[in-house]
Design a protein around this ligand. Structure first.
Ligand code: CU
Ligand code: CU
Ligand code: CU
Length: 490
């Protein structure tokens, strides 16, 4: 283990006995502030994998607070079934996903299957369901036979509690398998999340300011681990499916020294994988990455990202992700041994549909704004409002009534000094233009970042599925503070 730095020793001094109460010397770094360079940790591990059989996956998920392992140490946090992340759900297009959700929390919760193109109604992917403490709910989510393959994820979506519950540890991955397997040496799922633990290993308190900026955790975890170790041989090609499950933290990911190809984002695939040095995942985004192994040691890092701030209060400077020169080590890859036989190139897939070639039946503008005087300041006196088109979320109101079958063009305009990653449930968005610059290829995502004081144009095909659901900022604190609207497609 890395010796305690002078800085963390000083911090501990300030905390008096906190470090010794729990006993383990290994707990010490919980009190040391943002931990950007954790020592290389345990061998990389993945959550339990639950696979569908005969077209069905029946899952029991209990959301509860209790003992969990985080970064190899004992903590008390929230989890599904006692592990962070919860189990990975492995499905095929056409499957039925049945989830019995038991709410062992002290607050209401529910479940959202982020990115799945399924019904948002009844007991499917319905964000308006509320499961009371001690209650349970049986979700039945039917994937259409035409459902695209890809990486998706699940997390709570009960308005007002989403950030707390995701930050606390409630999330897990969903894979919809490719119809034809990729030629790779190994597939891995990397669920990246962040959390702040107090000196006793509990979830640290969050201030009104943290909520306004969007909280960022001091520990950035991969599958609940701190800087896990991965091993591979030169020449091997691995597929890394990566989800950004952080409440607010943007992840510009790099794996310097290795050859990275991006096969797709969210549920979309590029016709052929694109060589990349860096991939930006806003909260909620996923990447399908191919890593061709070169001998040596490489560190998967999140580099700094400026997502803005609230001027005159704290600026963006207080965000851990923006510390100058900050590079957070997420995982350490060792490539050694005899060279593997080379793997054939990944088969190209058909070019995706391009909504730029199709006619638009309606246009809409959504203005994402922050203003004075939100209603949730709880005495802070400085909480701001978070609105879309001037209104905070109201589950009873329909903000966007859309005719089924239409293609719409939405202008997402951000009048605030912070980025907002905009997520629309069920129907993916094709990015047409960002700050006036037209896209040169088909970029389809279910979370689209709208830069501070900027605007993005997207097109959406409201086909196949009808129902009432939501769109919102995926900085989940902003969603909880009201930056969410209701859409009804009928
Ligand atoms: Cu989500
Ligand atoms: Cu936001
Ligand atoms: Cu949502």
């Amino acid at each position: 283990m890395k010796p305690i730095s002078r800085r963390s020793a000083l911090t501990l001094g300030g905390l008096g006995l906190a470090g010794t109460v729990v006993g383990g010397a290994g707990l010490l770094w919980w009190s040391s502030g943002a931990l950007t360079q954790p020592p290389v940790g345990d061998e990389f591990a993945e959550p339990a994998l639950l696979r569908s059989a005969q077209g069905k996956l029946q899952v029991h998920l209990t959301a509860a607070s209790g003992p969990v392992t985080i970064g190899g140490r004992s903590a008390t946090a929230l989890s599904y079934n006692g592990s962070i992340p919860g189990p990975t759900l492995h499905l095929n297009a056409g499957d039925l996903l049945a989830v019995s959700l038991v709410n062992g929390l002290g607050a209401a919760t529910n479940l959202h299957t982020h990115g799945l193109q399924v019904s948002p109604e009844g007991n499917a992917d319905n964000p308006f369901v509320m499961v009371a403490p001690g209650g349970s709910f049986d979700y039945t989510i039917q994937l259409p036979a035409s459902h695209p393959p890809g990486l998706f994820w699940y997390h709570p979506h009960h308005h007002g509690a989403v950030a707390d519950q995701v930050f606390g540890g409630l999330y897990g991955a969903i894979i919809v398998d490719d119809p034809e397997p990729l030629e790779v040496s190994r597939e891995r799922v990397l669920v990246i999340s962040d959390i702040t633990l107090d000196s006793l290993g509990g979830i640290a308190a969050v201030s009104p300011m943290d909520r306004m900026l969007g909280r960022e955790g001091e520990l950035v975890l991969v599958n609940g681990q701190l800087n896990p170790r991965l091993n591979a041989r030169p020449g091997e090609r691995e597929r890394w499916r990566v989800v950004n499950a952080c409440v607010s933290r943007y992840l510009p990911l790099r794996l310097d020294g290795q050859s990275l190809h991006l096969r797709g984002m969210d549920s979309a695939r590029f016709p052929t994988p694109e060589a990349v040095d860096e991939v930006l995942l806003a909260p909620g985004n996923r990447a399908d990455l191919l890593v061709t192994m070169a001998a040596g040691t490489a560190v998967l890092q999140a580099v700094a990202y400026d997502r803005g701030g609230v001027s005159g209060m704290m600026g963006g400077l207080s965000l851990p992700s923006l510390t100058a020169g900050n590079r957070t080590s997420l995982a350490t890859l060792s490539v050694a041994g005899s060279a593997a036989a080379s793997t054939p190139d990944v088969t190209a897939v058909a070019a995706p549909r391009d909504l730029r070639d199709e006619s638009v039946s309606a246009e809409r503008e959504l203005i994402f704004a922050m203003g004075e005087g939100g209603g949730m300041g709880s005495g802070s006196g400085m909480m701001m409002s978070f609105t879309i088109n001037g209104q905070a979320f109201d589950a009873q109101r329909v903000d966007a009534a859309v005719s089924a079958g239409n293609i719409e063009e939405w202008t997402l305009r951000n009048t605030s000094p912070m980025d907002h990653p905009v997520h629309l449930h069920v129907w993916p968005m094709q990015v047409i233009e960002v700050n006036g610059t037209a896209m040169t290829s088909v970029i389809q995502q279910d979370v689209v970042n709208v830069p501070a004081n900027g605007q993005v144009t997207v097109r959406i095909a409201f086909e196949g599925i009808t129902g009432r659901t939501v769109y919102h900022c995926h900085i989940l604190d902003h969603e909880d503070l009201g930056m969410m609207g209701v859409i009804e497609v009928s």
